[in-house]
Design a protein around this ligand. Structure first.
Ligand code: SAM
Length: 220
């Protein structure tokens, strides 16, 4: 059995009981970054676990050996650095390969940044689209044009380095739309910046520190 275990997106207390139990009980934990995961394990006093590295650049040979171990009856838990694995994080290919081999995969649900952002944004959630990270260069403008045309809530991830430029671009492509930047969710400086792109530009000008941190972007 492979468990896909969601972990906190900032606040370490956001682990479910079942997630903790699962990490305690599996034979092997597959971690995007073993150092990051060891911090979480030590917070929950989960000691002496076998932790293997599994990340975006892991070769097919490591997927193959994971499948072999699972075939031999070992239990494993896949975790990423934060949030739900396989959501803009490693795991999609591994889960597909494990299932292709007729082995079971079970989710241990928990935090995901975009669902947390949507749930507290006040933006319509009856219909929404999640785009992951926007491409940096090729295809970015096409996607922004596509977002401009939508009538349902659009959600994407943006890095701290690009957030200011991203707001400038949103001002160019859809100046009249209401946007929400969900910043530093579950952490000390958590906040929701809501307004037109021009209004957010003004906030950034006045409070440059608000450009820092992790962001989920929602477009109404
Ligand atoms: N698998 C994760 C999930 O389920 O949300 C997403 C991982 S993705 C590599 C990381 C991106 O998620 C960040 O660049 C940011 O856009 C968003 N993110 C993660 N944690 C966040 C937080 N605490 N507040 C706001 N956005 C966050």
């Amino acid at each position: 059995m492979l468990y896909v275990v969601a972990t906190p997106i900032g606040n370490l207390s956001d682990m479910s009981f079942r997630a903790i139990e699962t990490l305690k009980n599996v034979d092997i934990i597959l971690a995007e970054d073993t150092r990051q995961t060891k911090k979480l394990l030590s917070y929950y006093e989960i000691t002496e676990k076998v932790v293997w590295s599994y990340h975006a650049r892991s070769p097919q040979s490591s997927t193959d050996s994971i499948v072999e171990y699972l075939k031999n009856g070992k239990t494993m838990a896949l975790v990423s650095d934060a949030g739900t694995p396989a959501i803009s994080d490693p795991g999609v290919k591994l889960v597909a390969d494990v299932k292709k081999n007729g082995l079971q995969v079970s989710p241990i649900p928990g935090p995901s940044a975009f669902i947390s952002a949507l749930s507290a944004s006040g933006f319509p959630s009856n219909r929404f689209e999640f785009l992951g990270f926007l491409p940096h260069k090729k295809g970015r403008q096409t996607l922004l044009k596509m977002i401009a045309e939508q009538t349902h809530t659009m959600i994407f991830y943006e890095s701290t380095h690009r957030i200011e430029k991203c707001v400038d671009q949103m001002n160019e492509f859809f100046p009249e739309k209401k946007i929400c930047l969900a910043r530093e969710l579950t952490k000390i400086y958590e906040e929701f910046l809501i307004g037109t792109p021009a209004e957010i530009q003004k906030i950034f000008l006045e409070f440059p520190e608000k450009k820092k941190g992790e962001f989920v972007v929602l477009v109404a």
